[in-house]
Design a protein around this ligand. Sequence first.
Ligand code: FES
Ligand code: FE2
Length: 455
Amino acid sequence: MADGAQTQQAWDRAGILSLFDPSTGTLDRRVLADEALYRLEMERIFARGWNFICHDSQIPEPGDYVVNYIGEDQVICARDEEGQVHVLLNTCRHRGNALCRAEQGRAKSFVCSYHGWNYALDGKLIGVPGQKAYYRDDLDRTRLGLHKARAENYLGFWFATLDPEAPRLRDYLGDVGRTGLGMICAHGEVEVVDGIQKNVIACNWKIAVDNLFDWYHVPYSHGSANTAGFLDIARILHPKNQMVMLGEYGHAIGGPGIPKELQAQIDGMSDAEREAASRAQADTGLRIRPRAAVELMGPTGVRSMGHPNIFPNLWITLGGLQMCLRLPRGPNHTELWWYTFVPKGAPAEFRRRVVRQAAHVFGPAGLLEQDDGENWSQSTRASHGAVSRRLGHHISMGLGHDEARPAGDGSGAYVESVIGEHGQRWLYRAWTEWMAAADWAELEANHSRPPLGTV
Ligand code: FES
Ligand SMILES: [Fe+2]
């Protein structure tokens, strides 16, 4: 069986909703292992939601393209001669061959390597060898263009969905998703450094996602980084100043937050004073944002120094320097794609330093990701044992002890407290709702709005 997974029953609505109990924080381990659930995720989460595809800086010129994924559907994102961006399924309409084999590049059109069908940058079928001689002109090329996803851009970040019923990207992101992307752009325009780092970890994609809200593991899992002097955990953890933001459709941000009183002092500072204050305490991981950042992140978001996840699988790291896609590859494997950002036009030496630092923290050579990957793999593996898979995961930290308050335009809420597991619970609650809904109409009618009051 593919990927060593177990096939379970066909899942109905009640069965899916029973997989996570938000009132106790109990997660059924089959969520991390079941093949049928995984197949359903491809349809109900990835094909339905908005997926990050690329940043504007990766495709600046006509003909530029990158290849990415919507779940396991491979897509080409290409800029045409008029500058329009198209996201096209990378599968020939003749016999399904992949058209584009390079990860990125510049092209005039995409020619299939099997029989030579030729597609324009906007997906139109413009050439068929033997159209007259073999097909006897009996082929309607207008119906055989590449399948097109809906593509929209926010702040230079291109997303795509395969569901015509999905809301507009801006509405999908809501306050919390927009805060997350705003975090990357808070200090000015950015560009992606060439060379996306890609590696595979033997874990379910969701355990890699839920870990990004998990500040509980940091002192223990990453103790060796502390011992080696690579990281001063006590300085970056801020365990009592944690702020979790909960957004519609499952977006969330978890990690340290700037307390309101401190933010009130920051509000009175000029941008130059903010930069100087950031430099003075660089080892805390807090970089105070410029005044204009409030436009992008809102008055609550601007206090967040945590990790955003744009549902389902786009992680933005601390400070917005890096981004990681957690691409599912079967229930037991996840491909991680690491993007590093630098200020637009940054000098080569600065880029080199940023890349070096980034590569040493996350990605295949990253000290922290090696710690994390081991734990994720073993948690995934132990979801398959005949008896161990019947035991739940206990995600109950802070449950019933904290208050959620409204954030931003009302599409988000926030919780300020000590380290807890509110972000993880929000993720799995959203996951069950996405999975239980047959279509967007059902999801809109039944999904949880960000909570207010005791959480
Ligand atoms: S599969 Fe592409 S041309 Fe035949
Ligand atoms: Fe970690």
